[in-house]
Design a protein around this ligand. Structure first.
Ligand SMILES: NC(=O)c1ccc[n+]([C@@H]2O[C@H](COP(=O)([O-])OP(=O)(O)OC[C@H]3O[C@@H](n4cnc5c(N)ncnc54)[C@H](O)[C@@H]3O)[C@@H](O)[C@H]2O)c1
Ligand SMILES: N[C@H](CO)Cc1c[nH]c[nH+]1
Ligand SMILES: [Zn+2]
Length: 430
């Protein structure tokens, strides 16, 4: 963890280094992913099988490529009532939130008498990635599959690694609840490549969504264009802006909630109270010692964590914008005022009683969010990621007479006479 003070000489350089750190994916990850994608593209199932054996210690041929609906139903039926209720509450809230994202078609006639519009349709097939390396992510099943269902996707495919052959029943129960059509027991870059190109066994999809570690995120990035993707959603991040009135243990818990995801996760605290900064640093150490996920969380906190003291919390906000974090918590009296200043963040958690983790599971907004400063240009997963828009236009003779001559003039000016003639031939026919 690094400690910085915005009043120190050298802060500007140190903060810039923090912003630019290649934490998520280094050149090795990019190179390895390129090679893995190429192998899956040319060798198909054989490559997926070998890479799954290597990284997940799992033999697809003998232990099975696929989980079916009966497995999901059995998992759902075998769930403890408390977990079933929790999953249902989460699913209901996520479904309601996302149902309001469905876009409206447009169909109108403008002042020139020209009919113009756009209509939205779902993609035919979507692949959703559900992480499964270090932890199981039933919440990510819901966060991916429910927006896809709301969009009206025809074929909904899920991939998730099952390291050492272990299948998490809650993941299957969530797939049952969300109505997933196919589940393949594969993960990492090989799963993304299999969904993008297809193999002998797996039909390709049109869009791939979902979060994952550095290899998954890089594979999605490299395959964009072969398939659509939602965004690059890699190792989790949190920035907390907190005043000294908070309980240091609460803030430490929030920082560690994202550090425990991945050694390359990042947790950063901004505070205007140097004494509180010390208390949080101590609280993190105390909490780490009690965590079952200590190894991962400590690796993340030690390598990528930061505590930054600022003269006042308003001064933190331009720095937060430069980080464009996946998650931003505002735990201070003036949380609403600071929220108004935020330009770049995946999702904002306003007020002392809004821990980021409640958004990971049950609040409703999507937890699949852009990482690595990509909230500057990308947004969280939504129903729109599973849809695309087709524009349309229709002109009658009068409409073409009104706007066609301008098209002819522009076509001639571009040096494209066939374009000009395609309009002009109709204008002359009157
Ligand atoms: N940004 C978001 O919206 C969001 C949401 C949830 C989770 N996450 C992130 O998802 C990630 C989950 O990671 P995970 O590891 O638990 O599961 P994962 O499913 O993302 O990754 C596991 C796979 O990674 C591959 N892999 C592991 N080591 C490799 C190596 N050395 N070379 C090539 N491939 C390798 C393997 O194929 C393995 O199956 C975390 O980073 C977490 O922070 C992000
Ligand atoms: N914090 C993750 C997004 O970065 C989502 C998640 C799922 N389960 C727990 N957390
Ligand atoms: Zn989380």
């Amino acid at each position: 963890m690094i400690r910085l003070n915005a009043s120190d000489a050298g802060f500007s350089r140190a903060f810039t280094d923090l912003v630019n750190a290649r934490r998520e994916a280094d050149e090795d990850v990019a190179r390895d992913v390129t090679a893995m994608i190429a192998r899956v593209r040319t060798e198909g199932d054989a490559a997926v099988k070998e890479l799954t054996q290597r990284f997940d210690r799992f033999d697809l041929d003998t232990q099975g490529w696929k989980l079916d609906r009966a497995d999901c139903l059995a998992a759902w039926e075998g769930l403890q009532p408390e977990l079933r209720d929790a999953l249902e509450l989460a699913a209901e809230r996520i479904a309601i939130y996302h149902s309001k994202q469905k876009p409206e078609d447009r169909d109108e006639i403008d002042s020139a008498g020209v009919r113009l519009g756009a209509r939205w349709r779902a993609v035919d097939a979507a692949g959703v990635y559900v992480p499964g390396g270090r932890a199981a992510y039933p919440s990510s099943v819901l966060m991916n599959a429910l927006p896809a269902r709301a969009a009206g996707v025809g074929r909904l495919v899920m991939v998730t690694p099952t390291p050492n052959g272990e299948v998490n029943p809650l993941v299957l129960a969530a797939a049952h609840l969300a109505g997933v059509d196919e589940i393949w027991r594969i993960g990492g870059a090989q799963a993304i490549a299999a969904l993008a190109y297809g193999t002998e066994t797996i039909e390709p999809v049109d869009v791939i969504t979902g979060p994952g570690n550095a290899w998954v995120a890089e594979a999605k990035r490299q395959l964009y264009g072969v398939v659509g993707i939602d965004m690059v959603a890699g190792p989790s991040e949190i920035v907390v802006v907190a005043d000294g009135e908070n309980d240091a243990d609460w803030i430490a818990a929030d920082l560690l909630s994202q550090a425990e995801h991945d050694p390359t996760s990042q947790s950063i605290l901004f505070t205007d109270d140097a004494g509180f900064a010390d208390k949080v640093a101590e609280a993190v150490e105390r909490a780490l010692a009690q965590l079952a996920t200590e190894k991962t969380a400590r690796a993340s906190w030690d390598a990528n964590g930061a505590i930054i003291v600022v003269p006042d919390l308003v001064a933190a906000m331009p720095l937060v914008d430069r980080l464009a974090p996946e998650h931003l918590e505002l735990a201070c009296d003036n949380a609403e005022g600071l929220f108004e200043m935020v330009r770049h963040a995946g999702s904002v958690f306003i007020g002392r009683y809004t821990p980021e983790a409640v958004g990971d599971y049950v609040a409703g907004p999507n937890h699949v969010l852009p990482t690595g400063r990509r909230a500057r240009f990308a947004s969280g997963l939504s129903v729109l990621d599973f849809m695309k828009r087709t524009s349309f236009l229709s002109l009658d003779e009068a409409g073409l007479a009104a706007i066609g001559p301008a098209a002819v003039a522009l076509a001639r000016a571009e040096g494209l006479p066939a374009h000009a003639e395609s309009v002009a031939i109709r204008l002359r026919s009157k």
